[in-house]
Write a protein that binds this ligand. Structure first.
Ligand SMILES: CC/C=C\C/C=C\C/C=C\C=C\CC(=O)SCCNC(=O)CCNC(=O)[C@H](O)C(C)(C)COP(=O)(O)OP(=O)(O)OC[C@H]1O[C@@H](n2cnc3c(N)ncnc32)[C@H](O)[C@@H]1OP(=O)(O)O
Length: 292
């Protein structure tokens, strides 16, 4: 169902599924390539590595979200895969979060389509039957952080330039309740109150101390650590682990599922306000200015 919706979404946004290619890597492994998401089976049996490849900053465009969901769905339906490592192909950036241009100067129909895609991506990641380990090899604000928080385990590169957190208030945005729930479930209520209101982005040592990530390791060991953690998780039989995961996460996901349409409408109303549009434009302009 989500796959069909995703395909329709890709068609609407002009992305041709026919451009997906399959090739054999050096180790003979099959390697699926989309435009923006690359899926590589790994040396660890049953484990795939998804690399975000939406340069320059892996922002979560509609096309990216659609390809990502389709990739995850394919892997879930392929019984040879039990676990996935999520990482980035863009140096120094895991994901810059939601694509600000998708939320700026567009019409309500576009905002509705975009927000549904963000919701569907989160539900797919958060409730995935697969073991998901985030190998966070770069900065991950807002929506990028949400993806990592929705995985089962997080390994972050020990680079003081990398920051992680939900910084929505710094953009003049109210954090969606399900982003908030995901953070609260990870770092607790009090730490979330402070982090969310101040829009804090944490360097690795602080992210570790807060429990926002599970491990901080040297940058060149992020993926190998994620893979060895995966081995530990895969030692547990899938059905008991999946039932346990579902038991823990279901209430949080159901909260969004129950209010999905209202959440879309709230998003449209909020993002369409002149004041919010101005804030986003200023934020984008500031990103440009900092280069000069
Ligand atoms: C009542 C409530 C109801 C409902 C809820 C309502 C609203 C909630 C709505 C939204 C929630 C949003 C969550 C989000 O994810 S918002 C996005 C937050 N992301 C950020 O703040 C990151 C911004 N980017 C950066 O800080 C930096 O770009 C960087 C640290 C990621 C990388 O820095 P670099 O120096 O390496 O690169 P730059 O030169 O800054 O950027 C290159 C290029 O990319 C553009 N860009 C960067 N980030 C984004 C983005 N998120 N979306 C779109 N485009 C982005 C940047 O402008 C540059 O473009 P140009 O080359 O200048 O064209």
């Amino acid at each position: 169902m989500a796959l069909a919706a995703g395909r329709a979404m890709l068609m609407r946004s002009g992305v041709r599924l026919g451009t997906q290619a399959a090739a054999r890597g050096g180790n003979g492994a099959r390697r699926f390539m989309n435009h923006r998401v690359v899926v590589e089976p790994n040396t660890v049996p049953g484990v795939a590595v998804i690399k975000f490849k939406n340069p320059p900053v892996n922002s979560l465009t509609l096309e990216f979200l659609t390809e990502f969901v389709i990739c995850l769905e394919k892997l879930e339906n392929d019984k040879t895969f039990r676990g996935v490592v999520l990482t980035s192909d863009c140096p120094g950036i895991f994901s810059a979060g939601l694509d600000l241009r998708e939320m700026c100067g567009k019409n309500p129909a576009h905002y509705a389509e975009y927000w549904r895609a963000v919701q569907e991506m989160w539900l797919k990641v958060y409730l995935s039957n697969l073991v998901l380990v985030a190998a966070i090899n770069g900065t991950s604000p807002a929506g990028g952080c949400l993806i990592a928080l929705s995985c089962d385990y997080r390994v972050l590169a020990d680079n003081p330039r990398y920051r992680m957190g939900l910084n929505e208030t710094l953009l003049g945005l109210v954090v969606p309740f399900w982003f908030k729930d995901t953070l609260v479930n990870t770092i607790g209520h009090r730490a979330s109150e402070r982090a969310l209101q101040l829009g804090l982005l944490f360097p690795p040592a602080e992210a570790l101390q807060l429990g926002m990530v599970d491990q901080v390791v040297p940058e060149d060991q992020v993926q190998s650590t994620a893979l060895s953690v995966m081995t530990q998780w895969l030692a547990i039989p899938d059905h008991v682990r999946q039932l346990t995961k579902n038991m823990i996460r279901k209430a949080t996901a159901d909260h969004l599922i129950k209010h999905q349409e209202a959440d879309i409408q709230n998003f449209i109303n909020f993002i369409s306000r002149d004041s919010i549009q101005k804030s986003l434009q200023v934020y984008l302009e500031n990103l440009k200015q900092k280069k000069h």
